[in-house]
Write a protein that binds this ligand. Structure first.
Ligand code: ZN
Length: 248
């Protein structure tokens, strides 16, 4: 029982660490020059699956989070979204009813377009705005679009898939924005590229030599099993004096 609690605590710790790494990576990598591409993918892949009020609320939250602060988070309340987001189609009032906003938020949550990662306080509820590559209903559509595009990839003409931004996105798309090593769902702003054959060993920047990796797996330089990480963290806890790192 005690051991299980310990393992659970360690897993929580790793999860939190990885989560905050992702948030940091998003903020650092978010680039307003990439907004046109991001907005296109919301319109193309997410919006067709939304009801009108859901779309209005999503764009409102998008504006309050990603556009306002360069993070995927914003705190807001149902009441504050009743005015100034969109006009009710019933024509009975300028804004939306409490129930209409609530229904739109629940709809977006059900479609995994947003989530509530935190608590509710006096300023409202903390919402996380998801990008199309993180949203299940978009993933299939994005995969189809990617398959059409990958036919057009000429590995000889487009050689550098590491440094050329439009090419990086093609590798992420091929891997469905999931980490090659741990399977974690990433976004265009948190995904990194890892060389299968390292550059130091003669590996190149070709399409076939690159895989999508999360920051954590990439910084661990490859595919270390989760148990290794747990064992390592555990040994750090048990004896912090022992600074020996396990060799691979
Ligand atoms: Zn990973």
């Amino acid at each position: 029982m005690k051991q299980i609690d310990k393992i659970r605590a360690l897993l929580d710790e790793i999860e939190t660490e990885i989560g905050s790494l992702d948030d940091q990576a998003f903020t650092e990598n978010f680039n307003s020059l990439e907004l046109p591409d991001l907005i296109c993918s919301v319109v193309d892949f997410l919006q067709p699956s939304l009801y009108p009020y859901e779309a209005a609320v999503y764009w409102h939250l998008f504006r309050q989070s990603i556009l306002a602060s360069g993070t995927q988070y914003t705190r807001t309340s149902v009441r504050s979204m009743m005015q100034g987001v969109i006009t009710s189609s019933s024509g009975q009032s300028n804004g939306l009813s409490y129930g209409a906003v609530q229904k739109a938020l629940q709809g977006l949550e059900g479609k995994r377009a947003i989530s509530k990662p935190g608590d509710t306080n006096r300023e409202g509820t903390l919402y996380k705005i998801h990008l199309p590559e993180e949203i299940p209903s978009c993933q299939e559509l994005m995969k189809q679009a990617q398959e059409l595009e990958s036919v057009q990839i000429d590995p000889k003409k487009e050689f550098d898939f590491y440094n050329v931004r439009e090419n990086r996105i093609k590798v992420f798309g091929r891997d469905e924005y999931k980490c090659h090593y741990c399977g974690k769902q990433l976004t265009r702003f948190t995904a990194t590229l890892d060389h299968i054959q390292p550059v130091s060993e003669g590996g190149d920047n070709s399409y076939d030599n690159l895989v999508t990796a999360c920051l954590h797996c990439n910084s661990q330089r490859g595919s270390r099993p989760v148990m290794d990480i747990i064992v390592e963290k555990n040994s750090q806890h048990v004896s912090s004096a022992d600074t020996k790192k396990p060799h691979r």
